[in-house]
Design a protein around this ligand. Sequence first.
Ligand code: ACO
Ligand code: ZN
Length: 281
Amino acid sequence: LREHEEFTKVKNISTIELGRYEIETWYFSPFPAEYNDCLKLYFCEFCLNFMKRKEQLQRHMRKCDLKHPPGDEIYRSGTLSMFEVDGKKNKVYGQNLCYLAKLFLDHKTLYYDVDLFLFYVLCECDDRGCHMVGYFSKEKHSEESYNLACILTLPPYQRKGYGKFLIAFSYELSKKEGKVGTPERPLSDLGLLSYRGYWTRVLLDILKKHKGNISIKELSDMTAIKAEDILTTLQTLELIQYRKGQHVICADPKVLDRHLKQAGRGGLEVDVSKLIWTPYK
Ligand code: ACO
Ligand code: ZN
């Protein structure tokens, strides 16, 4: 999905069925023309194929043998699993996921070349299978050091900490690559809120531990957060002063504690010991 200049089109599909949820959509998504007359679409929650009628889905579910996203399970902790799907090896799945995601993403247009992306799909697993909660996409090679292209938590799962989990996960991958990363712009309002929340929590925890005696470069090395994002976050928190042509961190312990109290819940943590992954080559 890519930034675009077009105005937002009217939305077409108003509801989708996915697993045990019926979900109201938010935005237009450019499904193939034959779906233009549909108000509701029925998705297979595992392969993400979509159909016009409930009976078609029921027939599909009897023969679909997927019980989780295609690709490699690279993380498992309790009932949470993360799957890495290569858009080149699973083109149809990648395209289906993009169609689905666009229903909840504004300011992005469908980027058809799913070959160039990896999809990280977060699932809650039970005895019926692994149910998609959300995902993020990532370019295999990014010139701009983007470590995340699009992020989505499906509406029934929002506001439970999954978004920050996905963001944390994207930075854990960057740490394993030995690179800094930043999300592709523009960010949506909810995207910005989630990133601000994540950056604030992570940076405040480190500043507290080091009693503020640390540079932006060191913070960036430790967290894989790009220096610019650290600077804007600390500026928003009023923890930066400009002295002799340089930005310096001024972390008064009282100010830190005040911010830490206000910062959101830590929420779902990524347990790095459960991540089994090598960078894409
Ligand atoms: N109202 C106010 N604040 C919110 C809301 C909301 N509805 N939703 C999230 N936030 C803020 C809060 O600060 C929250 O932290 P807190 O609960 O500790 O206060 C923080 O964001 C993160 O909340 P999570 O529960 O971790 O995030 P969630 O699972 O809801 O996912 C996401 C966030 C992915 C942005 C989700 O809202 C979403 O999918 N939105 C639609 C798609 C979208 O806009 N994606 C981002 C586009 S930008 C890009 O892709 C690069
Ligand atoms: Zn299926």
